[in-house]
Write a protein that binds this ligand. Structure first.
Ligand SMILES: *Cc1c(COP(=O)(O)O)cnc(C)c1O
Length: 415
């Protein structure tokens, strides 16, 4: 008899994006004329094609695969040395951050990395998760059996929710010294969905907390490329001491537009350790992850790793900057539109997401329906990112300029 993983039963049925799709489809069927003017600012996927430097690298790599002398089969599970070196040198060492090539592990996406990292962590960890945030952190912990059931508000027993709100600028503080210490804490800056970025001081507080409490920080920097203000940290390793307490997750999805091509990486410093269950020995996580990758993964395709390498060429870097500038101008346009509608606006200055408060007394889903019916614009209800997202919605700046201008116009005309 085969038994299934019953933790999957604890997952809440109405996952955010299927529910959005259901409501949008129902609206379009009932209103075929209005459906034609529908603009989607919902799912956080890029809209622009890949940079030409990436396309050229893909073509070259494909041609190599046709040549017996240059053909590549299985590559190193942790990534090709050419890509690991480019990442470590340009993303880190050139910015004064100490990261070695072999501390980089190349993967097919940050979503997988965020879930897979639980493979090397114990089941007894007390885990802190920001609220609101990217739903993957909570759901992968539910699947791994690290939680109890969900309450009616959607909060899982056994998880410590780290609330982001207007008072803390959507950057949760570490738990109080009197609270049960966290073993693991997820952080995501620039944040999806709020667009908030943690200042150096706020990250310092998290690193100090982690070092004092032996907490492992899982720092998701998928939107690092959108940080404009030079004083804001782009990597957790800009904070002294983070090499002893943090893993960083990065992706080529939102900078190079690799959401379809698939390539990402994580950084595990060699001095980062975790304890055995009896609290005695300390073991480096680097070796555990290397072992996990060589057992369960056969590497990202050579072609895709050459494409990722092209992001680091001078042309690639200029093209990525131009892509980000395009999305960030959209963000500025959308911010103005929402402000003209009289709404309180957050984010969108160092992140491609605008986080907007609904009018007093209006719930996230209620406002979603209003935007769909009256403006024919699909937004994302904040409550889909956690209980603390109730009363807010997210607008994505991943769109054409034309659509961003039109959405801003419809927002400002909203009554
Ligand atoms: C988009 C996104 C990622 C990237 O995921 P990939 O699997 O690399 O495409 C990671 N974290 C957050 C918060 C994201 O929004």
């Amino acid at each position: 008899m085969a038994f299934f993983n019953e933790n999957y039963r604890k997952l809440k049925a109405g996952y955010l994006f299927p529910e959005i799709a259901r409501r949008v489809n129902a609206f379009c069927e009932a209103n075929p004329k209005r459906a034609e003017r529908l603009i989607r600012c919902g799912i956080g996927d890029v809209t622009e094609p890949l940079p030409s430097a990436v396309i050229a690298a893909l073509h070259r790599a494909v041609d190599e695969q046709a040549n017996r002398a240059l053909f590549r089969g299985y590559g190193p599970e942790q990534g090709y040395p050419f890509l690991r070196a480019a990442i470590a040198e340009i993303d880190y060492r050139a910015r004064g951050i100490d990261v070695a090539d072999d501390e980089i592990f190349v993967s097919d996406g940050s979503k997988c990395d965020c879930g897979n990292i639980l493979d090397i962590l114990g089941h007894q960890n007390y885990v802190g998760v920001p609220d609101p945030v990217y739903p993957v952190y909570v759901d992968t912990n539910v699947m791994a059996g690290h939680t109890g059931a969900a309450s009616s508000s959607g909060a899982y027993e056994g998880i410590c929710y780290l609330t982001g709100n207007e008072a803390n600028g959507f950057v949760p503080e570490p738990p109080a010294a009197t609270a049960k210490p966290l073993d693991v804490a997820y952080l995501c800056f620039p944040n999806n969905p709020t667009g908030a970025v943690a200042s150096r001081e706020r990250l310092r507080a998290w690193v100090d907390y982690a070092l004092a409490n032996d907490t492992l920080l899982l720092f998701d920097a998928a939107y690092e490329a959108y940080v404009r203000e030079p004083s804001l940290p782009r990597s957790i390793y800009e904070i002294h001491g983070a090499r002893r307490c943090a893993i960083e997750f990065r992706s080529f999805s939102k900078n190079g537009g690799f959401t379809g091509l698939r390539c990402a990486f994580i950084v595990i410093p060699k001095e980062l350790t975790a304890r055995t269950g009896d609290g005695g020995a300390r073991v480096p996580l680097h070796g555990l992850w290397a072992r996990r990758m060589s057992t369960k993964f056969n590497g990202v395709s050579y072609i895709v790793q050459r494409a990722a390498e092209a992001i680091y060429s001078p042309e690639g870097r200029a093209q990525v900057s131009a892509l980000i500038a395009l999305y960030m101008e959209n963000a500025a346009i959308l911010r103005r539109g929402a402000a003209e509608a009289g709404l309180r606006v957050f984010g969108g200055e160092n992140a491609p997401y605008i986080w907007v408060a609904t009018p007093a007394g209006v719930g996230s889903w209620e406002f979603f329906d209003k935007m769909l019916r009256e403006a024919n614009v699909v937004i994302t209800p904040g409550s889909g990112f956690g209980a603390a997202g109730e009363g807010y919605f997210r607008i994505s700046a991943f769109n054409s300029r034309e659509n961003a201008i039109e959405v801003a116009r419809r927002l400002s005309a909203l009554r």
